[in-house]
Design a protein around this ligand. Structure first.
Ligand code: ANZ
Length: 803
């Protein structure tokens, strides 16, 4: 055979696929079942692909290749999430338009992806920064506005002075910006937001019908943060009232004080009556400097102060209790006020100790002198109320209901569901994003551009840096002015966040050139939901939540055929440096450039190696030796299967069982993305083939078909050498003979007094007596003494006890 030359083979087949449009999908061909495999598309950064990209991308590639061979019409597209900060920073520092930079990067990425031999239909490529794409991002946003889900409201936002922009909560980590690590402060600003809480119930429900990692679903549930409780009104001595939200109404007799959010409206309304105004104002000022994150940190001291002269009245017993402010109470959650029950809430407990306030235990079951006896410890345990008048003696669960009913009758309480989920801030003071297609008229009202004026294209600027925290588009003095259709006004100058385009891009792949709709509805109906979505776990609550929200909105408006867009989701693990440290920006010395590996070993080797490293979902360290091992395996396959004399037309049965086992295991494992074990099974098969020295042609073809999903170039080449002149990509998937899988005989050990004395071969379903007879026959000369016990563990072992 010729020597395996990965370079020549890979170039040859990449050229073939391109020229033959092998992987172009006819989306209108509804004659076959469909399979939609989706990758999280990359941000086209200046540094190109990293070793982590090929991992997830190979995973979907194997699946889509298998599905194609199984007779599906497969859609496996690729594109670019091309708006964002790095291109913007490039524009700011060079003064060049970020699009040039972006297009260059897209070229590099596409070249690298093509080198890896993925079966993408490049004719469906999209880029979110392309006006023909963002036209529809703007259009959907306009729909959200018209339906009342996109709003322009005053919001406390995360403001990053250094980046000159507002950031979403998931872009802020420990009070610093995720990108760059700059300080972030809270600040009130008029903002475009999307009303996420309006979707909360639907999002929770939808989680039950999708095949996602349980941990990701749980993260989404926690992020949504549904909480069921009661809102109760408290009168203030001397007039006025405020409401609190509690999930523990059963503790209402244990209230010894109230706490208000320092930055909330209730305190403002009471300020006139507060005796220690200065102290209170000073504390409010301190609070405004802190982020919600700092404020809610559990193990910090519970600071705050009393509102002197203010007392609230407990509606169940008329008891007057002092009112405090404390920064652990957030203005933006519930009503911004809490009833404090130090015996049963640890934060209240610590606050009471710090401010020398008394406590009343109202749930029996544990001592509360050291710390609070909290709901997670008493709920569902049959604990009973004490010190609670007529409710004493009821269980917590009974009391919850009875107290709520009593307060409802008094007209001072309402059952209430709250969500941690806040509005999604949907604007950035940045240049390189989708312009929000609206105008502020002189009377302050908002005018959205008519559809004919979309896309609203980003204007070129002399200076891409915003001044004094203003949006860069403020520099576009002419563009900003709007005088059309009898409307005079000023355009919005903030742009949409990075997550806008990625919230619906997977729909556009289905119909990327449609100029009249974001995608044809009939096509969407056929192709959605996405059957398999693979991407990093870092998107668990950001992108994956946003995309579900946009889809759900479109679904509710008859514009998406499915409630949930991504049927099955899998997260690939991280590829670590050989020392176990995450590869990437921070540790450039550990970066493995996929292109270098492709050059030296070949794309097939890189793909095989990354899939063989370990289970897809776990993080794995890079290992150069194993890259060479992967190449050795490919070479072994090449050396055997390209030699015609090694292939036989008849089957002598030597490989029948192992071949059928291999087809079954590879098929099952591919289906569940267990690629490492599938590959190891193929290796076992190849070892057997080498032992036997010959391989029936039918088995050889089956192996090459399966292997071609992982190593498509060498797969095609061997297929051709075997005498075929069409691509292997549309060959039919190998099948297996289930009856060839089962062993009808088994070898078992025969022990005498615990020591193995013989092995016998028996029929798998042989009866005990027959087995014992064969065993004793085998022991004929070795057995001395009298048999006192005979044990047969079916299919496993015979044990004879003799004396
Ligand atoms: C009285 C009480 C007694 C509470 C008790 C708990 C235990 P989740 O599950 O997170 O919704 N709370 C309400 N609004 C708040 C705010 N704006 N900032 C900080 N804390 C707030 O928690 C609801 C509980 O958190 C509420 O129930 C309230 O304290 C507090 F033994 O009310 B609880």
């Amino acid at each position: 055979a010729e020597v395996y030359n990965h370079k020549a083979i890979e170039q040859k087949w990449q050229k073939y696929w391109e020229e033959h449009e092998t992987f172009k999908t006819d989306v209108w061909d509804f004659s076959k079942p469909k399979y939609y495999a989706l990758d999280m598309f990359p941000y086209p950064s200046g540094v190109g692909l990293h070793a982590g990209h090929p991992e997830g991308y190979t995973a979907t590639d194997i699946m889509s290749r298998m599905k194609r061979m199984q007779g599906y019409n497969v859609l496996h597209p690729m594109g670019y999430d091309s708006f964002g900060l790095p291109a913007e920073q490039y524009a700011v520092t060079t003064g060049n338009h970020p699009n040039g930079f972006t297009q260059e990067n897209i070229k590099t990425f596409s070249k690298q992806l093509k080198e890896l031999g993925f079966d993408y239909d490049w004719s469906k490529m999209i880029a979110t920064s392309d006006p023909s794409f963002y036209k529809w991002t703007q259009w959907i946003f306009k729909k959200l506005y018209e339906a009342g889900y996109a709003k322009h409201i005053d919001m406390p936002v995360n403001w990053c002075e250094e980046l000159g922009t507002v950031l979403s909560n998931d872009e802020v980590i420990d009070g610093k910006s995720e990108r760059g690590g700059y300080p972030v402060v809270r600040k009130n600003m008029k903002q475009w937001v999307i009303d996420q809480p309006a979707f909360a119930e639907k999002l929770l429900e939808g989680l039950n019908e999708i095949d996602w990692p349980e941990s990701t679903k749980e993260m989404q549930r926690n992020w949504i943060g549904k909480s069921t409780g009661v809102e109760v009104d408290f009168d203030i001595v001397g007039g006025g009232k405020f409401s609190i939200f509690t999930t523990c109404i059963e503790t209402i007799y244990g209230i010894t004080f109230m706490v208000l959010a320092p930055d909330g409206e209730i305190v403002q309304s009471l300020m006139d009556r507060v005796e220690n105004k200065e102290e209170v104002q000073a504390y409010i000022n301190e609070t405004l400097k802190k982020s919600d994150m700092d404020r809610t940190e559990l193990n910090k001291t519970k600071s705050g102060c009393c509102l002197k002269g203010i007392y609230a009245i407990n509606p169940v017993n008329g008891k007057e209790v002092p009112v405090f402010i404390g920064d652990f109470v957030l203005a933006s959650y519930g009503t911004g006020a809490v009833m404090a029950v130090p015996s049963h809430d640890q934060r209240d407990f610590e606050y009471a100790i710090a401010h020398k306030i008394d406590m009343i235990q109202v749930i029996d079951g544990r001592d509360v002198s050291e710390c609070a006896f909290e709901k997670q410890d008493y709920l569902g345990k049959g604990c009973k109320l004490i010190n609670s008048e007529e409710f004493s003696g009821l269980t917590v669960e009974e009391a919850k209901e009875a107290i709520t009913v009593k307060l409802e009758k008094q007209g001072v309480a309402r059952r209430k569901v709250n969500y941690k989920f806040r509005e999604w801030i949907f604007a950035r003071q940045r240049y390189w994003g989708e312009p929000v297609p609206c105008v502020y008229k002189e009377d302050g009202s908002i005018y959205f551009l008519p559809d004919e004026e979309l896309p609203l294209i980003l204007p070129e600027l002399e200076d891409y840096k915003g001044k004094n925290g203003k949006a860069p588009l403020e520099n576009a003095t002419e563009w900003k002015e709007y005088h059309q259709n009898g409307v005079d006004g000023i355009r919005e100058t903030s742009t949409m966040p990075g997550s806008a385009g990625s919230s619906w891009y997977y729909m556009r792949y289905i119909d990327p050139n449609n100029e009249n709709e974001f995608a044809n509805q009939e096509l969407l109906k056929h192709w959605l939901p996405v059957d398999l979505y693979v991407g990093g776990p870092e998107h668990a609550v950001g992108h994956l939540m946003y995309a579900r929200i946009w889809n759900r909105f479109l679904y509710d408006n008859g514009l998406s055929p499915v409630k949930e867009p991504f049927k099955k989701l899998v997260h690939q693990g991280m590829i670590l440096g050989s020392n176990g440290i995450k590869m990437g920006k921070r540790f450039p010395e550990f970066v493995v450039n996929p292109s270098d590996v492709v050059e030296e070993y070949g794309a097939d080797t890189l793909r095989l190696y990354e899939m063989f490293m370990g289970p897809l979902e776990v993080s794995k360290p890079w290992n150069d030796n194993n890259v060479q091992g992967a190449k050795r395996f490919i070479t072994r396959v090449w050396n055997f299967f390209t030699v015609a004399e090694n292939l036989t037309d008849t089957d002598d049965g030597a490989l029948t069982k192992i071949y059928n086992q291999t087809v079954k295991k590879v098929t099952d494992d591919f289906e569940s993305l267990g690629y490492n074990t599938a590959i190891s099974q193929m290796m076992i098969f190849v070892n057997e083939v080498y032992k036997v020295g010959k391989c029936p042609r039918a088995y050889a073809e089956g192996l090459i078909k399966m292997l071609s999903c992982v190593c498509p170039h060498v797969g095609e080449e061997i297929w051709q050498i075997m005498g075929h002149n069409e691509t292997i990509a549309y060959e039919s998937w190998p099948t297996y003979d289930a009856s060839a899988l089962v062993d009808d005989t088994v070898e078992i050990a025969v022990q005498v007094n615990g020591k193995v004395r013989a092995t016998i071969s028996i029929a798998k379903d042989a009866q005990k007596d027959d087995v014992l007879a064969v065993a004793k026959e085998a022991l004929k000369d070795k057995l001395t003494g009298n048999i006192i016990k005979e044990i047969y563990v079916p299919g496993k072992i015979v044990n004879i006890v003799a004396k």
